[in-house]
Design a protein around this ligand. Structure first.
Ligand code: COA
Length: 179
């Protein structure tokens, strides 16, 4: 078995979700910059130049439901690492506002561009579902743009049950449930 296949088999042990830390600053900023051309933020609600510690404090406050920007709901924002390397991130929303209930869903994730197609997002979502249940969400809604073949593959591979396409807010979204 080659190294990649061994790593895939071991991903449930190798991939960890944990809070972002001070030492993640450089790789997290690099991932954010690398994803900028895709128009998808690696770091949520991040302003270039914001001191990293302050950013971490804001994410921790948001987890507790404090200092929420705009229409935000409480959420848990975690780094995904494999053998200490930052490979992705996940946001688990603890509840849904009306936009999230139709378009955004409970969970959003991303994998740094150069580390895709290794099964990381699938493992991130699997572990994220456990985190969602741990904050009291029994039925987890996960959505993706209709055009996002990669994310649809991740959701379907993890067992998400397709419900419908939601249109009316710009890009149509595919809606899936984990029950
Ligand atoms: C979507 C995203 C998270 C997928 O990350 P990933 O780690 O590459 O996904 P995985 O390796 O777990 O892929 C699982 C399966 O999804 C499908 N898939 C993933 N990327 C794909 C692609 N580019 N094209 C077609 N199918 C794809 C495949 O079936 C894949 O299984 P395989 O590699 O065994 O064939 C990543 O592309 C990303 O970060 N995109 C930008 C942010 C984003 O769209 N986030 C999701 C918001 S809903």
């Amino acid at each position: 078995m080659d190294r990649e296949r061994i790593e895939r088999a071991l991903l449930p042990q190798l991939l960890r979700l944990r809070p972002f830390r001070p030492e993640d600053e450089s790789p997290a900023r690099a991932a954010h910059a690398a994803m900028r051309p895709e128009g998808f933020p690696f770091l949520l609600d991040y302003t270039d130049g914001e001191p990293w510690r302050r950013y971490l404090e804001r994410r921790e406050a948001n987890r507790r439901g404090e200092r929420l920007p705009g229409q935000w709901v409480p959420s848990t924002f975690l780094a995904a690492t494999v053998e200490g390397r930052l490979v992705g991130r996940i946001s688990v929303r603890h509840e849904l506002n009306s936009w999230l209930a139709t378009y955004g869903g409970h969970i959003g994730y991303a994998v740094v561009p150069e580390l895709r197609r290794r099964g990381y997002a699938s493992e991130i979502l699997r572990q994220g579902l456990i985190i969602a249940r741990s904050v009291g969400i029994d039925e987890v809604l996960v959505t993706c743009d209709v055009s996002n073949v990669a994310s649809a593959g991740v959701i379907e591979g993890c067992g998400g049950v397709f419900e419908s396409v939601a249109s009316g807010d710009g890009t149509p979204k595919r809606r899936y449930w984990f029950r």
